[in-house]
Design a protein around this ligand. Structure first.
Ligand SMILES: Nc1ncnc2c1ncn2[C@@H]1O[C@H](COP(=O)(O)OP(=O)(O)OP(=O)(O)O)[C@@H](O)[C@H]1O
Ligand SMILES: [Mg+2]
Length: 513
């Protein structure tokens, strides 16, 4: 393996690697998640770990932290061999390893302060020494150069602020290695830049960072080195400055990806969905937009701008106090999701684990669930073979990485779970699709497949309303983009105004309609 660490400058060459994983193989029943992988992390290095969904990135990080017990291989920390029998998360934390995931691991009823120090409370005479903890928390925030209110329960905080608390919790003890597993998947540009700034501070302190993300531009913005995994195998490692995005994509998906966005149509049919003056207290007010047959429209806005509540309101899961919704020109009062589905709406939620999938069901059941009636023979018998065939076809199209349709969805990688959420609505034959961050956590190759599917839907005359934090994606797919700012439509962007600059200034509330 040619690792950046070996190819690096004199100052670092003398240092011992913080983490060195040699010939790591990890087998789960029926799956070889890692196959003889080598990985090295040096002090002061931010190392990007990339690969398709199910490539083994999270598994690799879990082998390092002791959450997974590798089947074969060796682990060294600062040159010392780690005894793998009995190695555990607790032990890895003692050695200075910390992980921050995209999914929150915070206690939502507890304050930031309590969350940061949970398990490490300073005590005086048996009582918790809040004065010391408060001082340490202030020092920590100063060190990270962040200002987050640590005295309110964390569920009141913005997503980005919760991530800062998670980071503070991870770096408060003597941590040397920080693993960030798709941390930025739920964040917006501005907050991502803040994370990059914090990574800079941690690197300067000599910490090593393993950075996992599907947003490849981030790898180029904040990582020094990269490792590509494919199907559990080590494809390449090296310096980020020696490669470009095209090369990286080719290594990840094994082929070139020249045109990422399909050419979208410009001829549209009748208005399928129209929203007039829709209002929900504390979420959004006076929202009006429309989408025609064959058209994709976008909803953009910072976290908390009201986009998710808006699509939920249309799908009947968020109460509204005013305004009207029209489907094919007819006013409707959508009472609940079942009603919305009957009216031809399909919804892909942003929170896949709680809203999108039933973790107790297998892949096939999850995929066909909303379209059960489509597979009914003579109105009584369920045609299980047809169900399985359709589930197979759609999941193959999305390049799901799985070994059986009858396998539980729970153990699938995050991105593969998201693909199933998408597959089930694609199968359902809805007329109007509400997609809330459909490509979150999805690898570049599969993103491309999803863009193609969206394109295909519009060719069939369907309508798509899409929420996405990735502006490039909105610009590439949407005919018109509505920009929400603090619950109101701040701007409508189409034609020549569809540029990153215009959208960003509207997102921040700078320009108007
Ligand atoms: N606990 C487990 N039991 C069984 N199989 C597992 C388990 N954890 C992971 N796998 C399998 O190992 C493979 C690698 O999964 P992993 O979560 O490491 O992928 P990933 O690269 O992190 O993907 P993503 O980008 O989607 O998060 C997948 O096929 C997954 O289904
Ligand atoms: Mg993962």
């Amino acid at each position: 393996m040619k690792s950046r660490s070996q190819a690096d400058t004199g100052a670092q060459a003398a240092a011992l690697p913080l983490v060195e994983l040699k010939n790591c193989t990890m087998e789960f029943p029926g799956v070889r998640a890692l196959d003889n992988v080598n990985f090295t992390l040096m002090p002061g290095e931010c190392h990007g770990l990339v690969g398709e969904n199910g490539a083994g990135k999270s598994t690799l990080s879990k082998c390092i932290t002791g959450e997974n017990h590798m089947t074969r291989g060796e682990l060294f920390m600062e040159g010392k061999k780690v005894r793998l029998s009995g190695y555990s998360i607790k032990e890895s934390q003692r050695l200075g390893l910390q992980v921050v995931h995209q999914e929150f691991q915070l206690m939502s009823e507890m304050t930031g302060l309590e969350n940061i120090f949970i398990g490490h409370y300073a005590r005086r005479g048996g009582l918790i020494d809040w004065k010391t903890l408060n001082r340490r928390a202030r020092e920590l925030m100063d060190f990270l150069q962040c200002d987050v209110d640590l005295n309110v329960p964390v569920h009141y905080l913005r997503t980005a602020e919760k991530q800062i608390i998670q980071l503070a919790k991870a770096v408060q003890s003597e941590s040397k290695v920080l693993i960030l597993d798709e941390l930025t998947a739920v964040l917006q540009e501005k907050d991502i830049l803040n994370i990059f700034r914090i990574i800079g501070i941690l690197k300067a302190k000599g910490m090593g960072i393993i950075y996992i993300s599907h947003r490849l531009n981030e790898i180029f913005e904040c990582c020094d080195s990269y490792t590509v995994l494919c199907d559990g195998r080590h494809i390449d490692s090296g310096n980020v400055r020696d490669i470009d995005q095209q090369k990286l994509i080719k290594m990840i998906i094994g082929r070139e990806l020249t045109q990422v966005y399909p050419k979208m149509g410009t001829q549209f049919g009748d208005t399928m969905l129209e929203v007039k003056g829709l209002t929900a207290p504390r979420a959004f007010r006076d929202i009006s937009f429309y989408v025609r047959s064959g058209e994709v429209i976008g909803l953009a806005g910072l976290v908390g701008a009201g986009k998710t509540e808006l699509v939920q309101a249309i799908f009947g899961t968020h109460p509204v106090t005013g305004g009207t919704i029209l489907i094919r020109g007819r006013e409707v009062k959508i009472k609940n999701p079942e009603h919305a589905i009957r009216l031809g709406l399909g919804y892909i939620p942003d929170e896949r684990r709680t809203l999108g999938l039933n973790m107790k069901f297998d892949i096939k059941e999850n995929t066909v669930l909303p379209s059960m009636s489509k597979f009914r023979k003579f109105k009584i018998f369920q045609d299980h073979r047809a169900e399985a065939r359709s589930a197979y076809d759609i999941n193959e199209k999305l390049e799901l990485s799985y070994y059986s349709l009858w396998q539980s969805v729970e153990k699938l990688s995050g991105g593969n779970q998201q693909k199933i959420v998408i597959a089930k609505w694609m199968l359902r034959n809805s007329e109007i699709f509400l997609l809330d961050e459909p490509t979150r956590g999805i690898d570049v190759g599969a993103k491309f497949e999803i863009y193609k599917l969206i394109h295909e839907l519009t060719r069939q005359g369907k309508s798509v309303v899409m929420v996405s934090p990735e502006l490039e994606e909105l610009i590439g797919l949407c005919n018109r983009i509505y920009i929400l700012y603090e619950g109101s439509i701040m701007d409508i962007v189409e034609g020549e105004r569809k540029t990153q600059e215009v959208i960003i200034s509207s997102l921040l509330g700078v320009n108007g309609k």
